[in-house]
Write a protein that binds this ligand. Structure first.
Ligand code: SF4
Length: 319
């Protein structure tokens, strides 16, 4: 972040005198970071402001209808510039539409369903339904069905991407878990790790098995970048999505994970690393011979009632 002087000098003057320098700078930051900013971004950019001054400036911008407040999955708050096109469309809206729109806007990427809008707005459900239809026809809001409650319709501001808890994330398509797609992704992950293991064996085989294992490790981020490069998914997979795939492969016993960095690998301690489990050497067929677990082995010899010649278990195994 810039120092104070630089920050102020970069503040655009498109906002009139009704905006303080702090408010102008916050708006400039929101324009720079379109996905929204947290209070700490503002505090880092303008360290001379106290927490109270930052909160006051943000509240003024919210009151001026310049910013929208969103809550992230971890509970932290995000301030985002309001879309001027939406604001223009909203200008022609009546009071009921504005009230419902504001409630939907506050719900952020989690969305809100009609009954909750009714409870918060004190409007009759029929009125809420009518207003929702009008807002949808004006393309101010959109509705989606949640994967967790497919019969429930959730409403969001049209410019906001729904949270994974609503869509199910990258592995869902049309509200259904896309098992074929997940299998392709898991196969791709495994093949990538197996190829890494093979090249590690070729390059470091002479240095011992530990060196091979270390050289075959891949970070979750590296795997996510690979999936992105091969363009398998229509929507970008997050590192957490990729870790879910790798966790499943680990439960299948074909991949192993460990934490922390290792020699020369970028991403040091705390990073999750993955490697393919080498194929086991095929078990020699002799080990399956029944004699190894036979309770009569101590009495089995060339003569008598228990002999290999007369043993049907040995006969079956030989066949
Ligand atoms: S030959 Fe048959 S009886 Fe003898 S030890 Fe093997 S399994 Fe047991």
């Amino acid at each position: 972040m810039q120092d104070d002087a630089a920050s102020t000098s970069q503040t655009p003057s498109v906002y009139g005198s009704s905006y303080s320098e702090e408010e102008k700078r916050i708006l400039a930051l929101c324009e720079q970071f379109k996905q929204g900013i947290t209070v700490s971004v503002i505090e880092n950019d303008m360290p001379h402001l106290t927490k109270q001054m930052v909160v006051d400036a943000l509240n003024k911008l919210l009151a001026k209808n310049k910013l929208q407040l969103l809550s992230k999955q971890d509970g932290s708050l995000l301030y985002k510039l309001k879309d001027p096109v939406l604001l223009h469309k909203l200008k022609g809206a009546n009071k009921e539409e504005q009230a419902v729109y504001e409630i939907i806007e506050r719900s952020g990427s989690f969305g809100i369903w009609a009954r909750k809008i009714r409870a918060e707005s004190n409007l009759h459900l029929n009125v809420v339904d009518r207003v929702l239809k009008r807002l949808e026809s004006k393309k101010l809001i959109k509705s989606i069905n949640s994967v967790q409650a497919p019969k429930k319709k959730f409403y969001l501001v049209s410019s906001i991407e729904p949270d994974h808890s609503l869509t199910g994330g990258a592995f869902y398509s049309d509200n259904q878990f896309d098992s074929n797609f997940v299998e392709v992704l898991m196969d791709t992950c495994y093949k990538y790790l197996a190829t890494k293991l093979k090249s590690a064996e070729a390059e470091h085989g002479k240095d011992g098995p530990l060196t091979v294992v270390n050289a075959a490790k891949v970070t979750s981020k590296e795997m996510q970048e690979y999936i992105e490069r091969v363009k398998l998914a229509k929507i970008a997979l997050s590192v957490q999505d990729v870790e879910k795939l790798l966790d499943t492969l680990e439960l299948d016993g074909v991949v192993r994970s460990c934490s922390g960095g290792y020699g020369g690998k970028a991403g040091g301690g705390g990073v999750k690393l993955w490697r393919a489990v080498p194929d086991c050497t095929p078990t020699p067929h002799l080990l399956y011979a029944p004699c190894g677990v036979c309770p009569m082995a101590h009495r089995c010899c060339d003569m008598g009632s228990i002999t290999p010649q007369s043993c049907r278990y040995l006969e079956e195994w030989l066949q």
